[in-house]
Design a protein around this ligand. Structure first.
Ligand SMILES: Cc1ncc(COP(=O)(O)O)c(C=O)c1O
Length: 406
Protein backbone atom coordinates (compact mmCIF):
# COMPACT_ATOMS: atom_id res chain seq x y z
CA UNK A 1 0.00 0.00 0.00
CA UNK A 2 1.20 3.49 -0.89
CA UNK A 3 2.10 5.75 2.02
CA UNK A 4 1.67 8.90 -0.12
CA UNK A 5 -0.92 11.34 1.29
CA UNK A 6 -4.36 11.14 -0.32
CA UNK A 7 -4.58 13.44 -3.34
CA UNK A 8 -7.81 15.44 -3.35
CA UNK A 9 -6.69 17.38 -6.45
CA UNK A 10 -8.56 15.36 -9.07
CA UNK A 11 -11.87 15.36 -7.21
CA UNK A 12 -12.30 19.06 -6.45
CA UNK A 13 -15.21 20.45 -8.43
CA UNK A 14 -14.39 22.54 -11.48
CA UNK A 15 -14.42 26.33 -11.10
CA UNK A 16 -13.20 26.52 -7.49
CA UNK A 17 -11.44 29.76 -6.51
CA UNK A 18 -7.64 29.51 -6.08
CA UNK A 19 -6.58 27.82 -2.82
CA UNK A 20 -6.23 29.98 0.28
CA UNK A 21 -2.78 30.78 1.67
CA UNK A 22 -2.13 29.79 5.28
CA UNK A 23 -2.54 32.64 7.74
CA UNK A 24 0.85 33.87 8.86
CA UNK A 25 -0.34 36.16 11.64
CA UNK A 26 -1.08 39.88 11.74
CA UNK A 27 1.50 42.36 10.59
CA UNK A 28 2.83 45.09 12.86
CA UNK A 29 1.01 47.96 11.12
CA UNK A 30 -2.28 46.61 9.83
CA UNK A 31 -4.42 49.11 7.90
CA UNK A 32 -6.45 46.40 6.14
CA UNK A 33 -9.88 44.89 6.56
CA UNK A 34 -12.89 46.26 8.38
CA UNK A 35 -11.58 45.66 11.88
CA UNK A 36 -12.83 47.67 14.82
CA UNK A 37 -11.12 49.61 17.61
CA UNK A 38 -10.33 47.04 20.36
CA UNK A 39 -10.24 49.77 23.04
CA UNK A 40 -13.73 50.95 22.09
CA UNK A 41 -15.30 47.50 22.47
CA UNK A 42 -17.90 47.61 25.29
CA UNK A 43 -16.40 44.58 26.99
CA UNK A 44 -17.77 45.04 30.52
CA UNK A 45 -21.23 45.63 29.10
CA UNK A 46 -21.03 42.49 26.96
CA UNK A 47 -19.83 40.39 29.91
CA UNK A 48 -22.70 41.63 32.08
CA UNK A 49 -25.19 41.08 29.24
CA UNK A 50 -23.95 37.53 28.65
CA UNK A 51 -24.30 36.65 32.33
CA UNK A 52 -27.75 38.21 32.64
CA UNK A 53 -29.26 36.69 29.50
CA UNK A 54 -27.80 33.23 30.11
CA UNK A 55 -29.04 33.19 33.69
CA UNK A 56 -32.52 34.23 32.61
CA UNK A 57 -33.09 32.17 29.48
CA UNK A 58 -29.97 30.13 28.76
CA UNK A 59 -31.93 26.88 28.61
CA UNK A 60 -33.54 27.99 25.36
CA UNK A 61 -30.16 27.21 23.76
CA UNK A 62 -31.30 23.57 23.81
CA UNK A 63 -33.64 24.42 20.90
CA UNK A 64 -32.55 25.30 17.33
CA UNK A 65 -33.53 28.92 16.76
CA UNK A 66 -34.13 29.36 20.52
CA UNK A 67 -37.87 29.92 20.83
CA UNK A 68 -37.90 32.63 18.18
CA UNK A 69 -38.32 30.71 14.91
CA UNK A 70 -36.13 30.85 11.81
CA UNK A 71 -35.71 34.64 11.56
CA UNK A 72 -33.50 35.00 14.63
CA UNK A 73 -33.74 35.89 18.33
CA UNK A 74 -36.91 37.93 18.67
CA UNK A 75 -35.64 40.50 21.24
CA UNK A 76 -32.76 41.32 18.87
CA UNK A 77 -35.20 41.81 15.99
CA UNK A 78 -37.33 44.00 18.24
CA UNK A 79 -34.31 46.10 19.18
CA UNK A 80 -33.46 46.44 15.49
CA UNK A 81 -37.00 47.39 14.50
CA UNK A 82 -36.95 50.23 17.06
CA UNK A 83 -33.43 51.36 16.13
CA UNK A 84 -34.08 51.27 12.38
CA UNK A 85 -37.20 53.40 12.95
CA UNK A 86 -35.50 56.03 15.08
CA UNK A 87 -32.16 56.15 13.24
CA UNK A 88 -33.06 55.46 9.61
CA UNK A 89 -36.81 56.09 9.40
CA UNK A 90 -37.51 52.47 8.47
CA UNK A 91 -40.96 51.25 9.46
CA UNK A 92 -40.27 47.52 9.81
CA UNK A 93 -41.70 45.04 12.26
CA UNK A 94 -39.59 42.35 13.90
CA UNK A 95 -41.09 39.93 11.37
CA UNK A 96 -39.68 41.94 8.46
CA UNK A 97 -36.15 41.28 9.75
CA UNK A 98 -33.94 38.22 9.31
CA UNK A 99 -30.81 37.86 11.46
CA UNK A 100 -27.86 36.56 9.45
CA UNK A 101 -24.28 35.45 10.16
CA UNK A 102 -22.77 38.83 9.38
CA UNK A 103 -24.05 40.95 6.54
CA UNK A 104 -21.85 38.90 4.23
CA UNK A 105 -24.36 36.09 4.63
CA UNK A 106 -27.08 38.63 3.89
CA UNK A 107 -25.33 39.49 0.62
CA UNK A 108 -24.96 35.80 -0.24
CA UNK A 109 -28.63 35.12 0.46
CA UNK A 110 -29.87 38.04 -1.62
CA UNK A 111 -27.50 37.13 -4.45
CA UNK A 112 -28.56 33.52 -4.26
CA UNK A 113 -32.20 34.50 -4.54
CA UNK A 114 -31.78 36.98 -7.39
CA UNK A 115 -28.70 36.30 -9.49
CA UNK A 116 -27.86 33.80 -12.18
CA UNK A 117 -24.69 33.45 -14.26
CA UNK A 118 -24.70 36.00 -17.07
CA UNK A 119 -26.75 38.60 -15.16
CA UNK A 120 -25.76 42.25 -14.86
CA UNK A 121 -25.92 44.42 -11.74
CA UNK A 122 -25.10 48.05 -11.12
CA UNK A 123 -22.65 48.91 -8.35
CA UNK A 124 -20.62 51.91 -7.22
CA UNK A 125 -17.35 51.98 -9.16
CA UNK A 126 -15.24 51.96 -5.99
CA UNK A 127 -16.91 49.39 -3.83
CA UNK A 128 -16.63 46.79 -1.09
CA UNK A 129 -14.31 44.03 -2.26
CA UNK A 130 -16.49 41.32 -0.69
CA UNK A 131 -19.39 42.39 -2.90
CA UNK A 132 -17.32 42.71 -6.10
CA UNK A 133 -15.69 39.29 -5.64
CA UNK A 134 -19.00 37.59 -4.99
CA UNK A 135 -20.42 38.95 -8.24
CA UNK A 136 -17.39 37.89 -10.25
CA UNK A 137 -17.47 34.38 -8.79
CA UNK A 138 -21.14 34.09 -9.68
CA UNK A 139 -20.39 35.04 -13.29
CA UNK A 140 -22.38 38.27 -12.92
CA UNK A 141 -21.22 41.47 -14.67
CA UNK A 142 -20.92 44.47 -12.36
CA UNK A 143 -21.36 47.83 -14.12
CA UNK A 144 -19.52 50.46 -12.03
CA UNK A 145 -20.92 53.97 -11.62
CA UNK A 146 -18.45 56.73 -10.67
CA UNK A 147 -18.77 58.55 -7.35
CA UNK A 148 -18.08 62.14 -6.37
CA UNK A 149 -17.99 63.81 -2.93
CA UNK A 150 -21.70 63.03 -2.50
CA UNK A 151 -21.57 59.37 -3.42
CA UNK A 152 -22.84 57.70 -6.58
CA UNK A 153 -23.36 60.14 -9.48
CA UNK A 154 -26.99 60.06 -10.50
CA UNK A 155 -26.33 61.42 -14.02
CA UNK A 156 -23.96 58.51 -14.62
CA UNK A 157 -26.44 56.06 -13.11
CA UNK A 158 -29.19 57.35 -15.42
CA UNK A 159 -26.93 57.02 -18.49
CA UNK A 160 -25.86 53.51 -17.52
CA UNK A 161 -29.47 52.42 -17.07
CA UNK A 162 -30.43 53.95 -20.44
CA UNK A 163 -27.42 52.41 -22.10
CA UNK A 164 -28.21 48.94 -20.72
CA UNK A 165 -31.84 49.31 -21.70
CA UNK A 166 -30.70 50.15 -25.23
CA UNK A 167 -28.83 46.84 -25.26
CA UNK A 168 -31.82 44.95 -23.96
CA UNK A 169 -30.21 44.37 -20.55
CA UNK A 170 -32.24 44.80 -17.38
CA UNK A 171 -29.85 44.79 -14.40
CA UNK A 172 -30.95 42.68 -11.44
CA UNK A 173 -30.29 45.39 -8.86
CA UNK A 174 -28.55 48.65 -8.06
CA UNK A 175 -26.20 47.88 -5.15
CA UNK A 176 -25.29 50.91 -3.06
CA UNK A 177 -23.58 51.72 0.25
CA UNK A 178 -25.25 55.11 0.62
CA UNK A 179 -24.42 56.04 4.20
CA UNK A 180 -20.63 56.14 4.63
CA UNK A 181 -19.60 54.41 1.47
CA UNK A 182 -16.85 51.79 1.48
CA UNK A 183 -14.17 52.82 0.54
CA UNK A 184 -14.83 56.52 -0.17
CA UNK A 185 -16.62 57.49 3.08
CA UNK A 186 -19.23 59.56 1.21
CA UNK A 187 -22.87 59.99 2.24
CA UNK A 188 -25.55 60.11 -0.46
CA UNK A 189 -27.75 63.19 0.14
CA UNK A 190 -31.49 62.78 0.41
CA UNK A 191 -32.14 64.32 -3.06
CA UNK A 192 -29.90 61.73 -4.72
CA UNK A 193 -31.69 58.98 -2.81
CA UNK A 194 -34.96 60.28 -4.22
CA UNK A 195 -33.51 60.37 -7.73
CA UNK A 196 -32.17 56.85 -7.37
CA UNK A 197 -35.60 55.64 -6.30
CA UNK A 198 -37.17 57.37 -9.27
CA UNK A 199 -34.71 55.70 -11.67
CA UNK A 200 -35.20 52.37 -9.94
CA UNK A 201 -38.94 52.61 -10.50
CA UNK A 202 -38.72 53.88 -14.06
CA UNK A 203 -36.41 51.04 -15.07
CA UNK A 204 -37.95 48.34 -12.87
CA UNK A 205 -34.63 47.66 -11.15
CA UNK A 206 -34.66 47.17 -7.37
CA UNK A 207 -32.18 48.79 -4.99
CA UNK A 208 -29.95 46.70 -2.72
CA UNK A 209 -28.95 49.01 0.14
CA UNK A 210 -25.98 48.00 2.33
CA UNK A 211 -25.69 50.09 5.49
CA UNK A 212 -23.15 48.62 7.85
CA UNK A 213 -21.40 51.96 8.60
CA UNK A 214 -24.45 54.15 9.10
CA UNK A 215 -24.06 54.33 12.91
CA UNK A 216 -20.60 55.81 12.46
CA UNK A 217 -21.45 59.23 10.96
CA UNK A 218 -19.43 61.78 12.98
CA UNK A 219 -22.30 64.24 13.27
CA UNK A 220 -24.69 61.50 14.41
CA UNK A 221 -27.10 62.75 11.71
CA UNK A 222 -27.88 60.73 8.65
CA UNK A 223 -30.39 60.91 5.81
CA UNK A 224 -33.25 58.40 5.94
CA UNK A 225 -32.50 54.97 4.51
CA UNK A 226 -33.53 54.48 0.88
CA UNK A 227 -35.68 51.61 2.18
CA UNK A 228 -37.56 54.12 4.33
CA UNK A 229 -38.09 56.52 1.42
CA UNK A 230 -39.51 53.97 -0.97
CA UNK A 231 -43.29 54.16 -1.28
CA UNK A 232 -43.61 51.15 -3.55
CA UNK A 233 -41.13 48.72 -1.99
CA UNK A 234 -38.42 47.58 -4.38
CA UNK A 235 -35.63 48.02 -1.82
CA UNK A 236 -33.74 45.36 0.13
CA UNK A 237 -31.86 46.70 3.14
CA UNK A 238 -29.01 44.99 4.99
CA UNK A 239 -26.97 45.99 8.01
CA UNK A 240 -24.61 44.65 10.62
CA UNK A 241 -23.33 44.87 14.18
CA UNK A 242 -19.76 44.40 12.92
CA UNK A 243 -18.88 48.07 12.78
CA UNK A 244 -20.96 49.34 15.69
CA UNK A 245 -20.07 46.57 18.17
CA UNK A 246 -17.64 43.89 16.89
CA UNK A 247 -17.04 42.07 13.58
CA UNK A 248 -16.05 38.75 15.13
CA UNK A 249 -19.58 38.36 16.55
CA UNK A 250 -20.81 37.75 12.98
CA UNK A 251 -24.26 39.23 13.36
CA UNK A 252 -25.98 41.05 10.51
CA UNK A 253 -29.53 41.34 9.19
CA UNK A 254 -31.81 41.75 6.20
CA UNK A 255 -34.93 43.90 6.06
CA UNK A 256 -37.05 42.98 3.07
CA UNK A 257 -40.62 42.71 1.82
CA UNK A 258 -42.17 39.30 2.46
CA UNK A 259 -41.99 38.13 -1.16
CA UNK A 260 -38.20 38.45 -0.93
CA UNK A 261 -37.93 37.37 2.73
CA UNK A 262 -39.93 34.20 2.12
CA UNK A 263 -37.50 33.20 -0.68
CA UNK A 264 -34.39 34.11 1.24
CA UNK A 265 -35.60 32.06 4.22
CA UNK A 266 -35.68 28.90 2.14
CA UNK A 267 -32.05 29.51 1.15
CA UNK A 268 -30.80 30.00 4.72
CA UNK A 269 -30.15 26.36 5.43
CA UNK A 270 -27.75 26.70 8.38
CA UNK A 271 -30.40 26.05 11.06
CA UNK A 272 -29.96 29.56 12.46
CA UNK A 273 -27.13 32.03 13.06
CA UNK A 274 -25.12 31.84 16.30
CA UNK A 275 -27.67 32.22 19.09
CA UNK A 276 -25.41 33.27 21.95
CA UNK A 277 -24.16 36.30 20.02
CA UNK A 278 -27.72 37.31 19.23
CA UNK A 279 -28.78 36.96 22.87
CA UNK A 280 -25.82 38.95 24.17
CA UNK A 281 -26.29 41.68 21.57
CA UNK A 282 -30.00 42.04 22.30
CA UNK A 283 -29.36 42.22 26.03
CA UNK A 284 -26.52 44.74 25.67
CA UNK A 285 -27.92 46.89 22.88
CA UNK A 286 -31.41 47.34 24.31
CA UNK A 287 -30.00 49.25 27.28
CA UNK A 288 -26.67 50.59 26.06
CA UNK A 289 -26.37 50.93 22.27
CA UNK A 290 -27.44 54.58 22.24
CA UNK A 291 -24.67 55.52 24.70
CA UNK A 292 -21.99 53.23 23.27
CA UNK A 293 -22.09 54.49 19.68
CA UNK A 294 -21.23 58.18 20.30
CA UNK A 295 -18.20 57.09 22.37
CA UNK A 296 -17.10 54.74 19.57
CA UNK A 297 -17.50 57.56 17.03
CA UNK A 298 -15.31 59.88 19.13
CA UNK A 299 -12.56 57.30 19.37
CA UNK A 300 -12.70 56.58 15.61
CA UNK A 301 -12.70 60.27 14.72
CA UNK A 302 -9.59 60.79 16.90
CA UNK A 303 -7.82 57.95 15.06
CA UNK A 304 -8.79 59.45 11.71
CA UNK A 305 -7.26 62.77 12.81
CA UNK A 306 -4.03 60.92 13.67
CA UNK A 307 -4.03 59.19 10.28
CA UNK A 308 -4.65 62.40 8.33
CA UNK A 309 -1.95 64.23 10.33
CA UNK A 310 0.53 61.38 9.77
CA UNK A 311 -0.16 61.35 6.03
CA UNK A 312 0.31 65.12 5.82
CA UNK A 313 3.58 64.81 7.74
CA UNK A 314 5.09 61.88 5.83
CA UNK A 315 3.50 62.16 2.37
CA UNK A 316 2.64 65.86 2.17
CA UNK A 317 1.02 66.76 -1.13
CA UNK A 318 1.68 63.25 -2.46
CA UNK A 319 -1.31 61.87 -0.52
CA UNK A 320 -4.69 63.31 -1.48
CA UNK A 321 -7.88 62.49 0.37
CA UNK A 322 -11.25 63.86 1.40
CA UNK A 323 -12.00 64.03 5.12
CA UNK A 324 -14.64 61.25 5.31
CA UNK A 325 -17.94 61.93 7.07
CA UNK A 326 -17.70 58.83 9.20
CA UNK A 327 -16.64 55.19 9.22
CA UNK A 328 -13.32 53.45 9.56
CA UNK A 329 -11.57 54.00 6.20
CA UNK A 330 -9.59 56.64 4.38
CA UNK A 331 -9.45 56.36 0.57
CA UNK A 332 -6.12 57.86 -0.42
CA UNK A 333 -4.89 58.95 -3.87
CA UNK A 334 -1.12 58.68 -4.33
CA UNK A 335 0.79 60.11 -7.32
CA UNK A 336 0.03 58.39 -10.65
CA UNK A 337 3.50 56.83 -10.70
CA UNK A 338 2.61 54.67 -7.71
CA UNK A 339 0.83 51.43 -8.52
CA UNK A 340 -0.59 50.29 -5.19
CA UNK A 341 -0.74 46.65 -6.38
CA UNK A 342 3.05 46.90 -6.69
CA UNK A 343 3.35 48.76 -3.40
CA UNK A 344 1.47 46.06 -1.50
CA UNK A 345 4.20 43.37 -1.24
CA UNK A 346 7.18 45.58 -0.36
CA UNK A 347 4.99 47.37 2.20
CA UNK A 348 4.00 44.03 3.71
CA UNK A 349 7.66 43.01 3.89
CA UNK A 350 8.25 46.20 5.90
CA UNK A 351 5.40 45.27 8.27
CA UNK A 352 2.71 47.55 6.76
CA UNK A 353 -0.49 46.05 5.33
CA UNK A 354 -2.64 48.21 3.03
CA UNK A 355 -5.61 47.49 0.77
CA UNK A 356 -4.55 48.35 -2.80
CA UNK A 357 -7.18 50.37 -4.68
CA UNK A 358 -7.76 47.98 -7.61
CA UNK A 359 -9.10 45.36 -5.17
CA UNK A 360 -11.80 47.83 -4.10
CA UNK A 361 -12.93 49.04 -7.48
CA UNK A 362 -14.22 47.83 -10.83
CA UNK A 363 -12.22 50.58 -12.59
CA UNK A 364 -8.57 49.60 -12.28
CA UNK A 365 -7.35 52.67 -14.18
CA UNK A 366 -9.03 54.96 -11.67
CA UNK A 367 -7.99 52.98 -8.60
CA UNK A 368 -4.42 52.01 -9.62
CA UNK A 369 -2.73 54.66 -7.48
CA UNK A 370 -5.32 54.61 -4.71
CA UNK A 371 -5.31 52.67 -1.45
CA UNK A 372 -7.75 52.10 1.37
CA UNK A 373 -6.50 52.50 4.92
CA UNK A 374 -8.51 51.25 7.92
CA UNK A 375 -7.74 53.45 10.91
CA UNK A 376 -10.02 51.78 13.49
CA UNK A 377 -7.86 48.87 14.51
CA UNK A 378 -4.25 50.18 14.86
CA UNK A 379 -3.37 52.32 17.90
CA UNK A 380 -2.51 56.02 17.47
CA UNK A 381 1.16 55.16 17.80
CA UNK A 382 0.90 52.35 15.24
CA UNK A 383 -0.86 54.70 12.82
CA UNK A 384 1.94 57.21 13.16
CA UNK A 385 4.75 54.69 12.81
CA UNK A 386 2.98 52.68 10.11
CA UNK A 387 2.47 55.72 7.88
CA UNK A 388 6.13 56.72 8.33
CA UNK A 389 7.22 53.18 7.36
CA UNK A 390 4.87 53.20 4.33
CA UNK A 391 6.31 56.53 3.12
CA UNK A 392 9.80 55.01 3.36
CA UNK A 393 8.76 52.02 1.24
CA UNK A 394 7.11 54.30 -1.35
CA UNK A 395 10.25 56.42 -1.56
CA UNK A 396 12.46 53.36 -1.98
CA UNK A 397 10.22 51.68 -4.59
CA UNK A 398 8.85 54.66 -6.54
CA UNK A 399 11.04 57.64 -5.58
CA UNK A 400 7.97 59.31 -4.06
CA UNK A 401 6.98 61.12 -1.93
CA UNK A 402 10.09 63.24 -2.51
CA UNK A 403 11.37 65.48 0.22
CA UNK A 404 9.54 68.50 -1.26
CA UNK A 405 6.20 66.66 -0.91
CA UNK A 406 6.65 65.77 2.75
C1 LIG B 1 -20.12 47.49 2.69
C2 LIG B 1 -19.95 46.25 3.48
N1 LIG B 1 -20.93 45.33 3.48
C3 LIG B 1 -20.83 44.19 4.17
C4 LIG B 1 -19.71 43.93 4.93
C5 LIG B 1 -19.66 42.63 5.66
O1 LIG B 1 -19.67 42.82 7.03
P1 LIG B 1 -20.13 41.70 8.07
O2 LIG B 1 -20.30 40.41 7.36
O3 LIG B 1 -19.03 41.67 9.07
O4 LIG B 1 -21.42 42.21 8.63
C6 LIG B 1 -18.66 44.85 4.98
C7 LIG B 1 -17.46 44.58 5.77
O5 LIG B 1 -16.49 45.29 5.80
C8 LIG B 1 -18.79 46.04 4.23
O6 LIG B 1 -17.85 46.96 4.23
Amino acid sequence: MSTAPFDFGPIFRPGLPPPAARWTGRVKYDFTGGNNDPDALPLDGLIAAAAAVLKREGRTLATYGLTSGPQGYRPLREFLAAKLKSAAGIAAAADDILITSGSLQAIDLVNNALLARGDTVIIEQDCYQGSINRLLRLGVTPVGIPLDRDGIRIDALASALDDLKGKGVRPKYIYTIPTVQNPTGTILPVERRQEMLRLSQTHGVPIFEDECYSDLVWSGERPPAIYAMSERGGVIHIGSFSKSIAPALRVGYIVAPWDVMSRVLTLKTDAGSGALEQMVLAEYCTGHFARHVPALRRSLRAKLETLMESLREHFGAAAEFEDPKGGIFLWVKLPDAIDTMKLYQPALAAGVAINPGPEWSVNTGHSRSRMRLCFASPSHEEIHQGVAALAEVCRREFGLPDTRDA
